[in-house]
Write a protein that binds this ligand. Sequence first.
Ligand code: SF4
Ligand code: SF4
Length: 422
Amino acid sequence: MDTRSHERYADDPAARIAAQALRNCVHCGFCNATCPTYQELGDELDGPRGRIYLIKQVLEQGEADAATGRHLDRCLTCLNCMTTCPSGVNYAHLVEFGREAVERDVPRGWRERLLRAALKRALPAGWPFRLALGAGRLARPLLRGELRAKVPAALPAPPRPGRPAGGPVLQGGAVPFEHGRVLLLAGCVHDAIDARINAAFQRLMAARGIEVVQVSAARCCGAVEHHLSDTERTHARLRANLDAWAPALDRGVDAVVSTASGCGAMLRDYAHLLEGDDEYQERARELTALVRDPAELFDADTVTALGIEVADEDRRIAWHAPCTLQHGQGLAGRVEPLLRAAGCEVLPVAEGHLCCGSAGTYSITQPAMARQLRDRKLANLEAVAPARIVSANIGCLSHLQSGTERGVEHWLSLLDRHRREG
Ligand code: SF4
Ligand code: SF4
């Protein structure tokens, strides 16, 4: 797709990257076939090809209009279109550029401004969210229907282990453990919603003799600010995180991990997002090279060696691969063999490539489409009558759980619950 950038973007690196991505698009429309919003709405402008056209206009005309804002807001950033595209178009870079232009050029109404400002402050800080969640849990018995479903029940977590005593490490997975240590990003709201997940990761790693290090000054990866296109805040958080992690990284870790695939995908983007930042670029590259999803730290032999065997009542599993795992990090098919090694029957689920509608802050900023996609996803997952629904991202887990009585659980929690200790 030929394009001539507006003079406004003459020295803009993001516009240069976007123009490069545009050149690869041959307008074939294959991507529309797997785009969830196109599937639901049937409007060309709510599919990737149409959105790419809108972004091209922004690049050529030098500004975004309200219609571009509306259609880009409806995009889940699930990146299903990138997996499908035969020409390797980097839609992620395009939508990033388009959304920044929308934030700059299109004024939002006061309600939206208030909501977005509250999300940017309450989620990364953690404590306002914990306070609100605590109040919601107290009121939960009095709530009914959709409102009650939105407040996740408190889930007791197993005890977290101390530091492993040293000695041999149980190797396995795609990472050779030389330091016997990994850095865990705890996440801004993860432990408040479901503290079992990080605890399970720590317990499984401790059982392998691997230390899990956490840095309390850097809990949030920056995805919330990034999703809401606040570039200044995003960059500030990324730099602060890199500063906070520097001592741990200098000491040596084998991997940097998040138990939420959404945060893992964000961590992998640090080098791209800080491109042109001379002071932080090198450190961002080092970090990005170390990022691994927990699924990459295990293999079938490790699961067996840890004595994990899922009991009969939990064996029938419907697996939901988060978009950030399969499209964002390119790790489709990595968790299922681990579940099978633990004795699970991983049931075939239709439309496994489609987003569940959670998508970071999307379920809050676009609640109607998020609910529509959640119900479509749950219909496919429930159709195979599983004992449990299993996934790998805190956002997907809580979004799906809000629409079903069936247990929805992180695969790490499932494996940890069924490990024979001793
Ligand atoms: S599949 Fe790729 S090349 Fe074809 S329209 Fe979509 S983004 Fe463009
Ligand atoms: S990121 Fe997802 S919702 Fe957005 S255009 Fe691509 S496939 Fe559609």
